[in-house]
Design a binder for this molecule. Structure first.
Ligand code: FRU
Length: 487
């Protein structure tokens, strides 16, 4: 297999194949001592077409092993135009995947299944569709999510209702074969639906008798938009929410996350898809598009807030500590903190300057004209990420994005951040649980360096530490069934 050309934007610690297209994480399941991560994958081109299920597995969430492509469209079959998203369960010594069978021209993607008795190396598809038709009154239908609860199997399917609401439809089964439709588990409220919406990729986590429903908001006009999280509890087969939905990730490039129930009690892991934020022509030249986020732990606090943190295992990716600085910065003079590599993990404790915004700048060109800004805005109570100057190449998307930072306005209270940068993706985690994921494409001549700065008159205290991350990226393309026979 030929080695791909060095690409400064290809992530090193975020698993993805070295080339071609990926989108949603799928089929996340712990089975046979491994975390299995499948994903929407076009093995032939860096564009969304001919979608297969690629497959990685890991024992420790650190080292990933590419496995053969799990599901491929069957020519002439119900999934001839794509094995679309779904999940998987581990039951009776087998992996059972539920997925959306795509045919061009059919507006719904029926639910179908495939099973594997050898840990996901080989798969047998069920000959018939499992749920061939959507219920009446729907205008979009795909992405099954199956889980076990209270002695029964349950399934959510993403949908849009004819009245313009997005919905997660509920099915139940005793035997995984016969599924009874129970109606919408939850739907967007009419107030949210000035524009018709659909919900893709519903995911459901339980914490005792409380639940967290995650949906990917999609519109017929604009396609994928953003991800919302609904918290509440179940009442007679319906999800009763305790508060209005909020965004799961505040960045512009995060979509279709999926949950994995870890073997430990109440431990939920989550991966999302971070799409490209550059012109298609550039992704085409690079030969790849899309990346999965790092695994995150999802928790539900007593007050009903959902928090995300990088999975604790990721600390093991840290190599050399390249930077450790404590100090004070004033408006007149930014502080040079030192150089970092292109893949690093950073922690920062910043005491906001109440008189103005301030924070960190990642400078990626020697002359300082290319940079990404991460700033606290204490007056507005938020963290701002500005990528307007993060690439000297006009084919990269610009823009400023914000994430609520509840402690920023409290005078003298330090804000703790964790920032994981991997060549063209940054994941910013606040210690209070909010996250922002964003893509950026530096082309400057580097080296990369960090600065602390402030626009306020009061000055700001900081402590910043950064570690190089050891590359563990997947450097091999998953084999297709035809290649396995040749191998
Ligand atoms: C979400 C999504 C799913 C669909 C899959 C197709 O990004 O559109 O609804 O199953 O991607 O690749």
């Amino acid at each position: 297999m030929s080695t791909p050309p060095a690409d400064p934007h290809l992530p090193a610690v975020h698993p993805r194949p070295p080339r071609n297209w990926i989108n949603d994480p799928n089929g996340l399941v712990f089975h046979d001592g491994h975390y299995h991560v499948f994903f929407q994958y076009n093995p032939y081109a860096p564009q969304h077409a001919n979608v297969h299920w690629g497959h990685f597995r890991s024992r420790d969430l650190i080292t990933w092993e590419p496995l053969p492509v799990a599901l491929a469209p069957t020519p002439g079959g119900d999934d001839a135009d794509g094995c679309y998203s779904g999940n998987a369960i581990s039951t009776d010594g087998r992996l059972l995947a539920f997925y959306s069978a795509n045919r061009t021209g059919r507006w719904w993607q029926p639910v179908t299944t495939a099973e594997s008795y050898d840990g996901g190396h080989t798969w047998a598809k069920r000959p018939e569709l499992l749920i061939p038709q959507p219920p009446a009154g729907t205008t979009m239908y795909r992405d099954p999510y199956v889980w076990r609860q209270d002695g029964r199997w349950r399934m959510l399917v993403g949908s849009a209702l004819a009245d313009g609401r997005g919905a997660a439809l509920l099915y139940e089964s005793d035997d995984l074969e016969n599924w009874e439709y129970r109606g919408p588990f939850h739907a967007s409220s009419p107030a949210d639906t000035a524009d018709p919406a659909g919900w893709e990729c519903p995911q459901y986590a339980t914490f005792g008798d409380r639940g967290v429903l995650i949906v990917s908001d999609w519109t017929p006009q604009g396609g994928p938009s953003h991800v919302t999280v609904h918290t509440g509890h179940e009442e007679h087969g319906r999800f009763a929410t305790a508060a209005p939905p909020v965004r799961l990730d505040h960045g512009p490039d995060f979509y279709a996350p999926a949950l994995l129930k870890a073997p430990e009690e109440d431990r939920w892991l989550l991966w999302g898809w971070a799409w490209e934020a550059r012109d298609d022509s550039w992704a085409h030249e690079a030969g790849w598009a899309g990346v999965l986020t790092l695994p995150r732990e999802l928790t539900l606090a007593d007050d009903g807030t959902v928090a995300q943190r990088p999975a604790r295992e990721l600390l093991a990716l840290r190599g050399e500590r390249v930077l450790h600085r404590t100090g004070h910065v004033t408006r007149s003079r930014p502080v040079e903190l030192g150089e970092v590599g292109r893949t690093f993990d950073l922690t920062a404790v910043l005491t906001p300057d109440p008189t103005g915004t301030g924070g960190l700048r990642l400078v990626t060109s020697a002359d300082g004209t290319e940079y990404l800004d991460i700033d606290l805005d204490p007056t507005a109570g938020r963290l701002t990420v500005d990528r307007s100057r993060a690439s000297l190449d006009a084919r990269a998307r610009a823009g400023t994005y914000t994430v609520p930072c509840p402690v920023a306005p409290i005078p003298g209270t330090p804000v703790e951040l964790r920032v994981i940068v991997d060549r063209s993706i940054v994941e910013i985690y606040l210690s209070t649980g909010q996250v922002l994921t964003l893509r950026f494409y530096p082309v400057g001549d580097g080296p990369w360096r960090l600065q602390a700065h402030t626009a306020g008159t009061g000055g700001s205290d900081f402590t910043v530490e950064a570690w190089d991350l050891n590359p563990v990226g997947i450097r091999q393309e998953p084999l297709l069934a035809s290649q396995q026979q040749d191998a």
